[in-house]
Design a protein around this ligand. Structure first.
Ligand SMILES: Nc1ncnc2c1ncn2[C@@H]1O[C@H](COP(=O)(O)OP(=O)(O)O)[C@@H](O)[C@H]1O
Ligand SMILES: [Mg+2]
Length: 257
């Protein structure tokens, strides 16, 4: 089952695409887990998750007791010894929330600290993402930020599609180049672009011209009903059939690669 990472500049539509693809794969009968790996993310809202359930979906990075229990780190100490390969295989089922046929899991903020801060929560998140990438029978969609946090050299080859979402504008295309560079450095290979908020053929041509060497997997049209869905707190896939259709085509293309 496909393992898909979705990145791009803030606001381009990563979370929207994550929700759409999750919905499409779940409708095709796949066991889908969608991971909110963007600390500024709001994946639950794109799924139309009611506020009280969204609040109940606690980030793994903030589950102190779990982090201490699994890594063996000592409370109240900085540094110290802890396990780098904590048990994580039960975490996806235990701490995810099933909604509209998709499992949702929130990772929370990875503590930054130069080149790979060694803290227990990072060790747990890293082990968890690695485990999810290697789980054969589950479709994984990782809603990330504009970078490669959570991925590493060891797991790059497990990513079937590294999708960079762009808008038809120079700023998000510039960010796409930076992300591509970072991702190449850890060994990511299968890069794809998805153009979002496309208003017509000129927009698609603009994207093709500016990132000529990255394959364009598909385009999502600019959608007023997607805007309305965001304003109304309803699921984007319920409100914007034209975006669902575009996500279907993207899923078909991925399957054909
Ligand atoms: N195809 C689209 N047409 C119109 N608005 C869109 C479209 N895709 C996303 N949006 C809107 O753009 C905003 C940012 O989308 P989001 O998916 O949250 O981006 P990201 O996760 O990359 O920050 C949201 O308000 C969303 O509703
Ligand atoms: Mg987002």
């Amino acid at each position: 089952m496909p393992k898909i990472a979705i990145t791009g500049k803030g606001g381009v539509g990563k979370t929207t695409l994550t929700a759409l693809l999750s919905y499409v794969y779940a409708r095709r009968g796949q066991d889908v887990i969608a991971i909110d790996a963007d600390p500024a993310g709001n994946l639950g809202l794109a799924f139309g998750l009611p506020a009280h359930l969204d609040a109940a979906l606690k980030p793994i990075a903030e589950m102190e007791d779990l982090i201490y229990e699994r890594t063996g780190a000592q409370k109240g100490t900085i540094g110290g010894v802890f396990r780098l390969n904590p048990k994580v295989d039960d975490i996806p089922d235990t701490f995810s929330l099933r909604h509209r046929g998709v499992r949702l899991l929130r990772l929370g903020t990875v503590r930054a600290g130069g080149a790979g801060c060694l803290c227990p929560e990072n060790a747990l998140l890293k082990a968890l993402v690695t485990h999810l990438l290697l789980r054969r029978n589950q479709t994984l969609i990782l809603d990330m930020e504009a970078g490669v946090e959570h991925l590493g050299r060891g797991t790059a080859s497990a990513v079937d599609a590294f999708i960079i979402v762009v808008e038809p504008g120079l700023r998000s295309l510039g960010t796409a180049e930076q992300i591509r560079h970072l991702a190449s450095e850890i060994g990511i290979k299968r890069f794809y672009l998805v153009a979002n908020k496309v208003r017509g053929p000129e927009d698609e041509t603009f994207v093709r011209q500016h990132v000529a060497d990255l394959p364009l997997l598909g385009s999502l049209p600019f959608s007023l009903t997607a805007v309305a869905a965001d304003q109304g707190g309803s699921a984007v896939f319920d409100q914007a059939p034209e975006l669902v259709a575009a996500a279907e085509r993207i899923a078909d293309r991925l399957a054909a690669m």
